[in-house]
Design a protein around this ligand. Structure first.
Ligand code: BG6
Length: 484
């Protein structure tokens, strides 16, 4: 199936940190694919800005090599790559000083959309905002895009919001959480609010519990310095899993529009209860023959940072009273799986004999891999011999259902960058949302820091520490198996 391509207005996209890892690995390959699809208008330009002493020709060469590495061979058509690279310019710039700003000011056009992408560490957000303002290259057609981490705690997130607010309106600030750009995350809203089937059952009366898993097989690799100050709670729960939780638990917004959606998400975050320490399991991976342990990766031999966390949450409102949400995420686990599992309650009364058994329905929304959904439904075990109930999956892998191959599924960054150009903030975090998420996160981290809780060691290739399984077992429940 070929997806619809709606061209966007002409723009200048300026990428600060344009030679960095994220720009090379994600942002420019995403832009290339949008170019390939025909979405980029004739007058669209991409300006890389970084410290390196390069000219535009050198930058094109660098990005050409990045496309070779990060775009599939099938999508890399030589003429298209050449035409795309022609759209690139480069400015060597000092984010905290004055060098290069005049050159940039000369290059950006006043009459087109200007999107400044801060693909740099958060320490540079404030100086960049200030310089843009001083050089008079902002204005109403301008927006800024900021990457996570958006703060380290509530105080730092607030300070960042305040600084950005000095120079930009909230409507110009696009805080990226790339999970919101994933196809299936948006599908969650389509499934919940585009069907009559689910919403009447989507509450504590019919849902026993919800599981949200983002398991990764990778280690922290070379990111030890950043990760050790962050840990799974700040790196994943405060943002990606929180967003998944919000979209699963929120009330139906009146419209699919930025503030309607974000107002509802904010209400969920504000309704989150503090978490008891007995409902949190933190872990750190051990080493094996392939890779060193977390501690060996870390610069701190006494690190108590978690590379895994599982927790049980409660949302204090009418819809969810009594339905727990279990979250887990970790590195070096058995499989790379991101999914939301909605476990329904069993029917209130069985009309069958006790030995027929009973089952509960279960809806699994798979974000990756094999994006899709499956619903466990109870049927009769085939054959003679009486009535025995079994559960079977109604399985829908989106790629199969839509006749797509992997290359056609847009990457999160493709959608998000184009939304920035279109001026649609629905899939970006609002300042108050980020602050509310930190307000809930901070006391939890403070709690274990004060107690000096150490993470449990877990073997790579597993589902995390044994205690994470117990978190559900003690409630008579179990995690869905982590299948590669
Ligand atoms: C990033 C985290 O935001 O998300 C990483 O900083 C993590 O630690 C990554 O690996 C996971 O993203 P994805 O899209 O690969 O699931």
């Amino acid at each position: 199936m070929v997806s619809r391509v709606i061209p966007v207005e002409p723009f200048d996209l300026i990428i600060f940190g344009g030679t960095g890892d994220l720009a090379r690995r994600k942002v420019l390959p995403a832009l290339y694919r949008r170019f390939l699809s025909g979405q980029m208008p004739e007058k669209a330009r991409i300006i890389g800005a970084a410290r390196s002493d390069l000219d535009s020709a050198g930058y094109r060469k660098l990005i050409g090599a990045a496309l070779k590495e990060f775009v599939s061979e099938k999508a890399r058509k030589p003429d298209t790559v050449k035409a795309f690279l022609k759209r690139l310019e480069y400015v060597s710039i000092d984010a905290t000083g004055t060098d290069g700003w005049q050159d940039l000011a000369k290059l950006v056009r006043a009459d087109v959309i200007k999107a400044y992408y801060f693909s740099v560490g958060p320490a540079l957000f404030a100086p960049l905002a200030e310089r843009l303002h001083e050089n008079g290259i902002t204005g109403s057609k301008c927006r800024i895009v900021v990457e996570k981490p958006f703060g380290h705690d509530l105080a730092s997130a607030r300070a960042l919001n305040d600084t950005l607010a000095k120079y930009f309106d909230e409507a110009q600030i696009y805080r990226i959480d790339h999970y919101l750009g994933k196809e299936t995350v948006q599908n969650l809203m389509a499934v919940r609010f585009g069907n009559i089937l689910f919403e009447p059952l989507w509450n504590a009366q019919y849902i026993d519990h919800v599981q949200i898993t983002v398991a990764e097989t990778v280690s922290v690799g070379g990111r030890g310095g950043y990760y050790d100050k962050s840990g799974a709670m700040r790196d994943m729960i405060q943002n990606h899993l929180m967003q998944l939780l919000c979209l699963t638990a929120m009330e139906p917004p009146s419209k699919f529009d930025p503030d309607a959606v974000r107002d509802e998400k904010l209400k969920v975050i504000r309704a989150l209860q503090p978490v008891d320490s007995s409902d949190i399991v933190r872990g750190q991976y051990a080493g094996d023959e392939d890779e060193p342990s977390y501690i060996e990766h870390s610069e701190n031999p006494d690190s108590i940072t978690e590379s895994f966390i599982a927790m049980k949450l409660h949302i204090a409102n009418w819809r969810w009273n009594g339905t727990p949400f279990y979250l887990r995420t970790g590195k070096r686990m058995r499989a790379r799986v991101s999914e939301i599992v909605v476990r329904f309650k069993e029917p209130p009364h069985s009309i069958f004999d006790a030995d027929a058994g009973t089952n509960a329905n279960q809806l699994t929304i798979r974000l990756q891999p094999n994006e899709g959904m499956d619903l466990l439904v109870t049927i009769k075990e085939p054959g003679p011999g009486g009535m025995r109930l079994i559960e079977v999956p109604l399985d829908m892998t989106f790629a199969d259902a839509l006749g797509q191959d992997d290359d056609e599924v847009a990457d999160a960054y493709e959608r998000l960058i184009m939304d920035v150009i279109r001026g649609n903030q629905t899939l970006f975090m609002r300042g108050d949302e980020v602050e509310a998420a930190w307000s809930w996160t901070d006391p939890i981290i403070e709690g274990w820091t004060k107690r000096g809780d150490k993470p449990k060691l877990y073997e790579p290739g597993t589902a995390g520490p044994e205690d994470a399984l117990m978190l559900l077992h003690k409630d008579g429940r179990r995690w869905r198996d982590l299948k590669p």
